[in-house]
Design a protein around this ligand. Structure first.
Ligand SMILES: [Fe+2]
Length: 183
């Protein structure tokens, strides 16, 4: 067994989750996936095999941007955002990268599990196993552009957009404009 992650040092934002069960559940999912991962250092986890930028700063940037959007919504529009849901989902939506990627020499590729299941499926599976709420698992499973649907919750939509904005900083603009006639 590997040394457990020092999770609050890795993601200080976890302390913002007020619900104690939710907070410990988020860490439990990471710890289980960490033990299943072939990585020796969590800092070797990449954002994607296509752009091997370190995952942790990407994940933290997504949390911080989501919180900034939540504060802006609340300050200017009195729109309330569930910060527990926002932070828990932000910390979990990519956690299965720990087992979805594999190293082949100098190349980072997809693991057997990463080829068999869509991105984030395994994070949602482990989250459900640990009793995390359906609202969190909904965001995990729908946060990726490969998902069939957009997230339906406000928190999921915020995370969807800030995740893509951060990809602009660490990789490139992946959005394309298409003209679609809907009626
Ligand atoms: Fe993701």
């Amino acid at each position: 067994m590997k040394m457990p992650l020092d999770f609050p040092s890795l993601f200080p934002e976890v302390e913002l989750i007020r619900d104690a069960d939710l907070r410990s559940g988020v860490e439990a999912v990471w710890q289980e996936l960490w033990q299943a991962s072939e990585l020796e250092s969590v800092h070797d986890l990449v954002a994607s095999p296509e752009f091997p930028y370190p995952h942790i700063p990407h994940n933290r940037a997504v949390v911080q941007m989501a919180l900034a959007v939540a504060s802006t919504f609340e300050r200017f529009h009195s729109v309330t955002v569930d910060r527990d849901l926002l932070v828990a989902a932000a910390l979990l939506q990519d956690a299965s990268k720990l087992v979805e990627f594999s190293r082949d020499g100098d190349t980072i590729t997809y693991s057997e599990l990463g080829r068999q299941y869509p991105h984030a499926f395994w994070a949602a599976h482990v989250a459900l196993k640990h009793g995390l709420p359906d609202d969190v698992c909904h965001i995990i499973i729908h946060h990726t552009p490969q998902a069939a649907k957009f997230p339906t919750s406000l928190e999921g939509k915020i995370l969807y957009y800030v995740d893509q904005i951060d990809i602009l900083a660490i990789h490139r603009d992946r959005w394309r404009k298409e003209l679609i006639i809907t009626k």
